[in-house]
Write a protein that binds this ligand. Structure first.
Ligand code: ZN
Ligand code: FE
Ligand code: FE
Ligand code: ZN
Length: 270
């Protein structure tokens, strides 16, 4: 893996505070430096109100999370490390999340849809539930409607793993381009960044989030992109970014976004 020298930032990685990631933040940083990434950002899972799962930090751990990241920022002060958070969108939780985010000076926020009516549809334990579903298209439709609502909240800079609903390979037979287009129009209106998330390659579906078809529409609508590995272990940082860049290029993109002096700025993909 050494010598890739990918001058690309990875804005999506976790810490053990979410109860389903391993490794110290400093190990994530060391792996990023080894790969030649230009900078990284941590984006661990936010606390949610009662009724959601515990695969996330608790509200009273937000301060610990921030101090943990501040500590690696001090230790690796020549390597840019941003403080982000991956926050769930679910109807009725926007105010809770918004208030929580105000407590600290986050550099950016990644928005995710992991729940359909409180069904954590991307949890591995839920495969049986998927197998019982008769109408996969209507699940996808519901997912992309929520995703569009998430864009419109104004809470998020980046929208994570845009077609996460494909994770276990339950893909409708119907053409989904209208679903994609409607969702992406909401994204364009909200001015969010579309994440190319390479974690999908490590999941049953075996492909990057989002698909080429989704990304081509994003490109038509002139949406910006960023890259995220969604690392839940140190050696997953920057993983498969070459494939991510290749997919972006295939969809027509020649640049992506990075955070510079507090502003999202385009850089050329090489
Ligand atoms: Zn996670
Ligand atoms: Fe996620
Ligand atoms: Fe994540
Ligand atoms: Zn994620």
């Amino acid at each position: 893996m050494q010598g890739h020298d990918l001058k690309i930032p990875d804005y999506h990685m976790h810490t053990p505070l979410c109860n389903h990631a391993t490794g110290d933040p400093r190990e994530y940083v060391l792996h990023a430096i080894k790969l030649g990434l230009c900078e990284i950002g941590f984006s661990d899972h936010n606390p949610m109100p009662a009724g959601f799962d515990t695969l996330r930090m608790r509200y009273d751990q937000v301060d610990d999370y921030v101090s943990m990241i501040r500590e690696v920022q001090r230790e690796f002060h020549h390597f840019p490390i941003f403080l982000g958070m991956e926050c769930d969108y679910a109807p009725g939780t926007v105010e809770y999340v918004g208030d929580m985010l105000k407590q600290h000076d986050f550099d950016y926020v990644i928005g995710s849809v992991h729940y359909l009516d409180k069904w954590g549809f991307d949890a591995p334990e839920t495969i049986e539930e998927w197998k019982r579903q008769k109408d996969i298209y209507s699940i996808w439709k519901k997912y992309f409607e929520l995703w569009a609502e998430a864009c419109a909240t104004g809470l998020f800079d980046i929208m994570a793993h845009p077609d996460l609903v494909k994770k276990f390979g339950f893909i409708p037979g119907q053409n989904c381009e209208e679903l994609f287009r409607t969702a992406l129009q909401a994204a364009a209106k909200a001015g969010v960044i579309i994440e190319i998330n390479t974690a999908g390659l490590r999941k049953p579906v075996g492909e990057i989030y989002p698909s080429l078809a989704f990304l081509q529409i994003a490109h038509q609508l002139k949406l910006p992109i960023s890259f995220g590995s969604d690392a839940h272990a140190p050696d997953e940082v920057g993983m498969n970014f070459k494939e991510g860049v290749a997919l972006a290029r295939q969809a027509g993109f020649s640049e992506a976004m990075r955070l510079q002096n507090g502003k999202w700025t385009a850089y050329k993909l090489v």
